[in-house]
Design a protein around this ligand. Structure first.
Ligand code: HSE
Length: 435
């Protein structure tokens, strides 16, 4: 839908919580500036919230609890969705797109699982679908992937995309405390939700990884394609083992374009804790901050850093999208469509090449190192480095491997744990950022 110069762009806001209220505030306070940038005034014409009586601070004439009617109203040009979750939001946005409304959303779970049908509906109506705020809050990341790097070939995207887990891991590293007590402290300080499952079990990061991989590799990747492990099993021993080796533990979303021995390409998308060298830029990202590292053939290495959550930072990304939609309406064009032409297969985690760090307490007697090394050899896993430290009658043995299929590494660790000479498997973690 195009707009004549000066005609307002009419916005329906769905949800008015932490981010929505900041979007409403900034749209009001910066109305003149935004109109100048967009080429037309951008005005909120309706706000859908579950309980209008709970929002005395908002203009009462704009409030409704009937989102389903608002999204198809003739008076609306753009829907800004900040409710979250899949249903009924999916239904609302599909109805809005079919009715010719452009959509700006921060909804990572919806985009991760339903982007194909949302893009199809947007195409059928010739309208826009923007979702910069769905990954890494304020950080301009999806637009660089979709537009700035559209002429390049992205090979890897690796990042800290969940602030809650990064806050917890950073605090564990700083204090030496265990996971449970650090999670309690993060909840007390307001850094973790009352129900932290989506963050600590990696669901939030997995949705974001699916979006990043889809855009980077021009391939549809959904959250169920993403191998996911959270941080609940990370121990104080893992963190101190990492420290001893000059590494930090981070929960990373890793999206890679991989090629097998026959030259067949696929994508690997995973979320799990890793050890990365302290010299790597991602190791220095602490607290609730997000950072994403991108590798592309021509561009080389790029790094994006900033606030991944919060009202005003997320509203910044939403408003950037809103101005883009408004400009497209005024200029008569459209933003980028779905790009899924590569349609690469997703490689199962077991076949994905990874590297492991394994830290063991073993008996300090002749032949132990040979026994342990034999198990690695039996599974075709090549050892990159071994360190041993004596501790009276036991020894601490640290093994770092070369790249091997993840399933081979898992079976190696399972078998090593059963050796009589192994007293304890102290820490097992994948290693990234060194190849
Ligand atoms: N819960 C997310 C985080 C923010 O902790 O980073 C929203 O994606």
């Amino acid at each position: 839908m195009s707009k004549k110069d000066g005609q307002p762009i009419r916005v329906a806001l769905l949800g008015c919580g932490t981010v929505g209220s900041e979007v409403a505030r900034l749209l009001t306070e910066q109305a003149g500036e935004l109109a100048a940038r967009a080429g037309a005034p951008v005005e909120i014409v309706g706000i859908a919230v579950r309980r209008p009586d709970k929002h005395p601070e908002l203009p009462q004439d704009l409030l409704t609890s009937d989102a389903a009617s608002l999204v198809v109203s003739e008076n609306v040009d753009v829907i800004v969705e900040l409710v979250g979750g899949i249903e009924p939001v999916r239904e609302w946005l599909l109805a809005g797109l079919k009715a010719g409304k452009s959509v700006v959303t921060a909804n990572k779970a919806l985009l991760a699982d339903h982007s194909a049908e949302l893009f199809e509906a947007a195409d059928a109506s010739g309208v826009d679908l923007y979702f910069e705020a769905s990954v890494a809050g304020a950080i301009p990341l999806l637009r660089p992937l979709r537009e700035s790097l559209a002429g390049d070939r992205i090979t890897r995207v690796m990042g800290i995309v969940n602030g809650t887990t990064n806050f917890i891991l950073s605090a564990m590293d700083e204090t030496g405390a265990g996971y449970s007590e650090t999670l309690d402290e993060a909840s007390r300080l307001g850094y973790a939700e009352a129900d932290p499952t989506a963050d600590v079990d990696g669901y939030d990061a997995a949705s974001k990884a699916a979006i990043l991989a889809s855009l980077s590799f021009h391939t549809r990747v959904t959250a169920s394609d993403v191998h996911r492990e959270g941080i609940a099993d990370v121990t104080a021993s893992d963190i101190s083992a990492a420290r001893l080796l000059g590494r930090a533990v981070k929960l990373l979303a890793i999206c890679e374009r991989v090629r097998d021995d026959n030259g067949v390409e696929s994508v690997s998308v995973r979320v799990h804790p890793v050890m990365i060298p302290l010299s790597h830029q991602l190791a220095r990202v602490n607290g609730a901050f997000n950072a994403v590292y991108v590798e592309a053939d021509a561009a080389g290495e790029l790094m994006f850093y900033g606030q991944g959550a919060g009202g005003a930072p997320t509203a910044s990304a939403v408003l950037g999208d809103l101005v883009a939609v408004a400009r497209n309406m005024v200029g008569g064009g459209r933003g980028p469509r779905e790009s899924a032409h590569a349609a690469l297969p997703v490689r199962p985690m077991g076949q994905t090449p990874t590297r492991y760090h394994v830290s063991l307490d073993v008996a300090d007697i002749a032949g132990v190192l040979a026994q342990v090394a034999q198990v690695f050899a039996d599974h075709g896993v090549s050892i990159a480095a071994v360190r041993q430290r004596d501790r009276h009658s036991t020894a601490s043995l640290v093994v770092i491997t070369h790249l091997a299929p993840d399933a081979a590494l898992q079976s190696t660790v399972d078998e090593i744990a059963k050796l009589d000479v192994v007293h304890e498997v102290v820490s097992v973690m994948r290693v990234e950022g060194e190849d």
